[in-house]
Design a protein around this ligand. Structure first.
Ligand code: R5P
Length: 303
């Protein structure tokens, strides 16, 4: 079946690369915001018939940027899916490289919603027939889908980048319990016998304040910290600081989704990191490693 890539307004570079790897036709979008704040989106097509019966891959990330916040990005995503459904695509594969609201994955305090799960239900209700994200904060939210849904693994590609850096005496440090599996995978891909040291992070759910303990065995080592999201950089900065205090020779900050909001870059550099490395699930100054092949391979492995 012929594949068509829809290049969402927020994932342009990445989606174009995926289209190239899939050898697929691609279409961009026209967007605007009306004076009252409502969004408008249309797929730039001359004829709608081109979509009918095709394997359509929509690629649209939902991180906030100077151009739009995550709420607008989700509305645009629903518009993309709904338009493709109306045009009778045979398959609608929705790729959301960074899934905003993924950290709202459980009830932390009475009265909250589990918005990450509701957004999954909304994506399916709009017409998605398959769903893909990259390194979801909590892949358990995918269980609410009844369509095939996947969280693609970026750790192999990130570890390949680390290999290129010839880090002499690496140890992988995991900033909290939730990041253990990804850190373990990173270490496995990096090389045989690379240790993983786990830190303990505690967050006050009311104030958001975080405290961290651990990293006792990093003296003289080159520390690699692997996390899913670097937002304010607060978590990463504490892990860097603790590693340095425990004698780390150097510290590299690896994050799949480098949101880098507020003064995150300054925070991380001040904490003493030697380098910040992220992927292109979001447009940022740290998008060193492309997820295009990870996404294209994910699509191709589910024909
Ligand atoms: C939390 O559990 C996540 O995995 C990240 O560690 C966290 O969201 C990063 O946020 P920030 O950079 O603001 O500390």
């Amino acid at each position: 079946m012929e594949k068509i890539v829809i290049v969402g307004p927020s994932s342009q570079g990445l989606a174009v690369q995926v289209a190239k790897l899939l050898n697929a036709k691609k279409f961009s979008t026209e967007t605007k915001v009306f004076p009252d704040g409502e969004c408008y989106l249309r797929i730039e097509l001359k004829e709608e018939a081109i979509i009918k019966g095709k394997d359509v891959i929509i690629i649209h990330t939902t991180g906030a940027s100077a151009a739009a916040n995550q709420n607008q990005r989700f509305i645009e995503l629903i518009m993309l899916i709904s338009a493709v459904k109306r045009m009778e695509a045979a398959k609608i594969r929705v790729v959301v490289p960074y899934f905003a609201y993924s950290r709202q994955d459980k009830v932390f305090r009475p009265g909250e919603s589990i918005l990450a799960e509701e957004l999954c239900r909304l994506i399916q209700a709009a017409g998605a027939t398959e769903f893909y994200s990259v390194d979801l904060h909590n892949p358990d939210i995918l269980k609410v889908f009844t369509i095939p849904a996947y969280s693609l693994d970026p750790m192999h590609a990130l570890a390949e980048e680390a290999k290129k850096m010839n880090i002499p005496n690496p140890i992988v440090v995991c900033p909290d319990k939730g990041a253990y599996e990804r850190s373990r995978d990173f270490a496995k891909y990096l090389g045989e016998g690379i240790q993983v040291e786990q830190m303990q992070k505690k967050r006050d759910v009311v104030t958001g304040e975080i405290k961290m303990e651990g990293a006792a065995n990093v003296n003289g080592k080159d520390v690699i910290i692997a996390d899913d999201i670097i937002a304010t950089g607060g978590t990463m900065a504490l892990a860097i600081d603790l590693s340095k205090k425990n004698g780390a020779k150097s510290v590299y900050a690896f994050g799949t989704h480098p949101l880098l909001i507020k003064n995150a870059v300054v925070t991380l550099l001040n904490a003493g990191t030697d380098k910040i490395i992220g992927t292109d699930t979001l447009d940022s100054s740290a998008m060193t490693v492309s997820m295009a092949k990870v996404i294209a391979d994910g699509i191709l492995s589910h024909p």
